[in-house]
Design a protein around this ligand. Structure first.
Ligand code: SF4
Length: 261
């Protein structure tokens, strides 16, 4: 998978971290819940990042497209059914960890019928290196049963139907609708959540807020691939702990006060 990076100018001085953003002013009101990591911080109006213009958002996705015209997801799959299973298995796990387990699993079970024939115990054995594998094996069997009983063994094409499957939530539906059926959905995982917030393009305290914010600002011509561009950007450039701002191809537009350029 091509990484989305920007070449570092040899003459550029080494970056200095700017001082940390001041926390919001405390009030006497009851303590609120801590925000999710990477969520938009509440800040005084004067510190609110300048909203992105349409032209800036267009520029960002033009750069992503130029750097990687056909971005691909990294979850291995053979058909819409194995994609669905892989996404269900990927909750709180890395794509690489899921792929390691599913290569052997999908070689013997790439349809709901074959998965049922394999049985929950054997599915569990194949996926035991993945976190929460017991529960996930149960879900894989239950969703396979439901696909056979209610959907003619096919992965359904609507959000509500996909979300009705055991183990599948909104993110699963968004990934399947986008990757299997080419719909313009925006699945928000930990990487997209962080990038949406840090850049200031779609700040939000929940994945749904970021999802809706990104859908609002990203032009339709980029929406088919926007999810993968943002995931890859978060996975390889805008890293959680040490973002590679010097190599970032959108560092001039990013609004994060702590960016290191
Ligand atoms: S400049 Fe830094 S913080 Fe902003 S998007 Fe790029 S890597 Fe992330």
């Amino acid at each position: 998978m091509a990484k989305i990076t920007r070449k570092l100018s040899p003459n550029k001085p080494s970056p200095k971290k700017t001082s940390a953003k001041k926390p919001p002013v405390k009030t006497t009101a009851a303590k609120s819940k801590p925000a999710r990591p990477g969520a938009a911080k509440k800040s005084p109006a004067s510190k609110t990042p300048k909203p992105w213009t349409e032209a800036e958002v267009y520029e960002v996705f033009s750069r992503f497209r130029k750097a990687n015209p056909e971005p691909k997801g990294e979850l291995e799959h053979l058909n819409p059914y194995t994609l669905l299973v892989a996404v269900v298995l990927s909750a709180q796990a890395t794509d690489a960890g899921v792929n390691k387990a599913t290569r052997a699993l999908f070689a013997v079970a790439d349809t709901p019928q074959k998965m049922l024939a394999l049985g929950e115990e054997k599915v569990r054995d194949y996926i035991k290196t993945i976190g929460l594998y017991r529960n996930k094996a149960k879900n894989v069997i239950a969703l396979s049963e439901k696909l056979i009983a209610e959907f003619n063994s096919e992965v359904p094409r609507t959000r509500a139907e996909i979300e009705s499957l055991p183990g599948a939530g909104r993110k699963t539906a968004n990934v399947v609708l986008n990757m299997a059926f080419g719909e313009h959905t925006m699945a928000v995982d930990t990487h997209v959540f962080r990038v949406g917030n840090r850049t200031g393009m779609a700040p939000g305290n929940t994945p749904l807020e970021v999802e809706l914010g990104l859908e609002r600002v990203i032009p339709p011509e980029f929406m088919l691939h926007a999810h993968h561009w943002l995931i890859l950007h978060g996975r390889y450039t805008c890293l959680a702990r040490s973002p590679r701002c010097q190599l970032c191809l959108i560092n001039d537009l990013c609004r994060w006060p702590e960016k290191t350029v």
